[in-house]
Design a protein around this ligand. Structure first.
Ligand SMILES: Cc1ncc(COP(=O)(O)O)c(C=O)c1O
Length: 453
């Protein structure tokens, strides 16, 4: 086969593509772009054949690694049989969807067993928000419309999801007013806690209680939270017990966003399993399709689902033409089967302590603020000063550190103020060692070249 003209591909990307997170796409921009052409296990190979260890698990998606034949076969088989036959208006179902829903119902805790499919995490969040509103409207509480969300949380870039996200990186004055439903409550992050001095007295959870009273419980439909945030923040003990009890007491639906944490990332099938919580709605995304296919889903409990039964007017008013897609569902099902058959959830739990101890060697660096990790999810907060905890840098420093890691064979990104680490669950100890070695060199480079400037 003739080789593609890679220089031409990069030039035409710079000319025509509108890439997210990427200010490099102008022909005059000197920034170097590579083409990812192949993947195998934990490695990505570029157009020059150079190998990179993927520390990002393809943007949080992958448990099973790159190049899995089983998923390629499942996708190919379904495309050859039937690629798609419509969005369900004609009463036909598809077999992969039936099997995937059964599998998810088996895996999810409690009575979470009704699956609504989307094509991304953001759309799944949108669907969860609408389910919550429609549920309350159909149970005699039409005035319940507000949604509590936590500071720094990221639930997606679409308008509704953004309106319940506290991540400053995606909120901008340009998009004000956002959908008037979001009410922010504090995150539960011991490293940057604003509520308790020295010892934790659950100020973050008590602040949610105060907000509920202030806003009026009869106006609050739901709270959306990541049980363990993608920044690897594990809330203090007793936090979840308090939040769940506040929800039950005030008829507020608990929406657990497990777009990042589901399917073994934190050492359990779902992050909620660490506390035996059964949310009313669980949102899935990235990890469900492992990056092989775009998919999201909301899973509701039987109690929620029943409210949508009985007459056409009660049906959920939400649909995506390509949601519940047979090819996408076949890929997700094959992904879950690999996770199960290869014991990857258990692998994440058992490798977690080694991963943590290796990362903790980086505490020797002056700019290391906090290192958090659980299972194979970790974050290192980079700071300038241990007293003020001022973040190390912004996007300019982030780009320099990203380039340094890539040049050293690590497929990894730095935001400038943190390293968010989530390799595939098939990673080996040797690969963890390589990754930590590159972080070590990167932090040294940051301290020597960027800290004083
Ligand atoms: C926790 C969480 N929820 C939802 C989303 C949105 O998912 P998507 O980017 O697939 O729309 C993200 C994306 O990063 C996420 O991290």
């Amino acid at each position: 086969m003739p080789q593609p003209d890679y220089d031409e591909l990069i030039a035409s990307t710079k000319d025509h593509s509108w890439l997210s997170h990427n200010p490099y796409t102008d022909r005059n921009d000197p920034q170097q772009l590579s083409i990812a052409v192949r993947g195998e296990g934990c490695y990505i190979f570029d157009h020059e054949g150079k190998q990179y260890l993927d520390a990002t698990g393809s943007s949080h998606c992958s448990a099973v690694g790159h190049g899995r034949q089983e998923i390629a076969d499942a996708v190919s088989k379904q495309i050859h049989a039937l690629e798609f036959s419509g969005s369900g208006l004609v009463p036909f179902i598809n077999a992969p969807s039936a099997k995937l829903s059964q599998k998810l119902a088996d895996l999810c805790p409690g009575s979470l067993n009704r699956v609504f499919y989307t094509l991304s995490g953001s759309e799944a969040v949108e669907a969860a928000l609408k389910i919550a509103r429609q549920y309350h409207a159909q149970t005699g509480n039409p005035k319940k419309y507000k949604v509590l969300y936590r500071n720094y949380a990221h639930h997606g870039y679409t308008w509704g999801a953004m309106s319940v996200s506290g991540d400053p990186a995606i909120r901008s004055k340009i998009f004000e007013p956002t959908v008037p439903m979001g009410v922010m409550v504090p995150e539960a992050n011991p490293f940057r806690c604003l509520h308790c001095s020295k010892t934790c007295n659950l100020g973050c959870a008590r602040s949610i209680e105060e907000t509920i009273k202030y806003e009026d419980p009869d106006s609050i439909a739901a709270i959306i939270v990541e049980p363990i945030s993608k920044m690897a923040v594990v809330p203090p003990p007793e936090y979840w017990e308090m939040v769940v009890s506040l929800c039950r007491k005030n008829n507020i639906l608990l929406i657990a966003d497990e777009v990042v944490t589901a399917f073994g990332r934190t050492g359990k099938w779902f992050a909620v399993n660490h506390w035996n919580i059964v949310p009313d709605l669980m949102v899935l995304g990235k990890t469900l399709g492992a990056g092989y296919m775009p998919i999201g889903a909301v899973i509701g409990t039987e109690e929620i689902y029943k409210v949508f039964l009985g007459s056409p007017e009660k049906t959920l008013i939400q649909s995506h033409t390509l949601g519940n897609h047979p090819v996408v569902n076949a890929a997700a099902l094959a992904n879950l089967e690999i996770i199960e058959n290869e014991g990857l959830v258990e692998r994440s739990a058992s490798l977690g302590p080694y991963f943590k101890s290796q990362l903790e060697t980086l505490n020797k660096h002056q700019i290391t603020g906090d290192i958090r990790s659980i299972g194979l999810l970790a974050q290192i907060d980079l700071i300038k000063d241990h007293n003020t905890k001022e973040p190390f840098g912004g996007s300019i420093e982030g780009r320099q550190l990203t380039r340094f890691m890539v040049d050293n064979g690590l497929y990894m990104r730095c935001s400038g103020h943190s390293l968010n680490i989530h390799p595939s669950l098939i990673i080996t100890k040797d690969q963890i060692d390589f990754m930590v070695d590159v972080f070590d060199k990167t932090l040294t480079y940051a301290e020597q070249e960027l800290l004083t400037k």
